[in-house]
Design a protein around this ligand. Sequence first.
Ligand code: GDP
Length: 334
Amino acid sequence: MFGFLKKKLKEGIEKITKKVEKEEQVQERTKEKLQKPKKVAKEKPKEVKKSLFKIGKRIIRESDIKDVLWDLQISLLESDVALETAEKICNDLKKNLVGKEIKKKDLEIIIKNTLKNSLKEILDQKQIDILAEVKKKKPFLILFLGFNGAGKTTAIARVAHLLKSRGLSVNMAAGDTWRAAAINQLEKHGAILKVPVIKHDYGADSAAVIYDAVEHAKAREIDVVLADTAGRSHTNKNLMNELEKICRVNKPDMKILVVDSLTGNDSVEQAKAFESSVGIDGIIMTKMDVNEKGGAAISVVHAIKKPILYIGVGQDYKDLEKFDADKIIKNLLE
Ligand code: GDP
């Protein structure tokens, strides 16, 4: 997980450090030349360059690191980090380095700390504890949103497994009525997990299926309703209209966007579309076990400022890991 991004960040840190050290050597040589007494000193060049030669310290100029920051930005883009996020990370570095007096021995630490703070600022959104939230209302309705193939059905089954393991009762609503396969798939999970699945026929009104699942939960005192929704209809506008109707009719208590981390930059546009249409409370980022780049996770959070709640790290029901921003950042920069 994140191996590619980690490698690119490491390369970036090395490049910046080396470039600054190289500039320092060039300036040291210039300094020596300037300090040699000249027969006819027309001006006082020492004064002009003075600020660059504080003893034991070094003032970094923008021109020293411009090209290495550009290289870092390209590396971030190659790691699926979206342009605006890559720019934020590089601008933060520029702000923290340019014009600052930095001792050579501190340089790498300052670069790492700046990267750490930028990533923390992006990833550390206010967390939601699903296990605590679902106890606040009965039945608690969670809507799962996201494009086809993102891992929505799998995520629903995983959350059902998690809630059941904590002693909570669950039912699932087959709200993706656009795909017969989606209903079958949810039924298969339901059979394995021993969780009732509320379904209508293929092509039925999704809002009505979810409404029925909530009624079913009320009648049986079920704690949580996990509702699937369509991931595609004939146009995205229709999909968003359908989701808006589901929300109007059923007033979900939580809306979770399921994002395939392998979709790279596309995932940012998807997240923005769902957020602006129905609003998102949190994200489940899937397929992190097979994703080396990792930039999509950072970019999606930066784009919609909503927390990643869980990450999918395999094919089993138990392969749902609570998202820990500090752990991910530590792993990226160690
Ligand atoms: P949906 O169309 O959004 O409902 O997507 P599915 O839940 O059917 O998932 C699509 C495919 O992705 C399936 O083959 C899943 O097994 C796979 N998948 C889902 N989540 C993960 C994950 O976290 N890791 C891996 N490796 N595969 C996953």
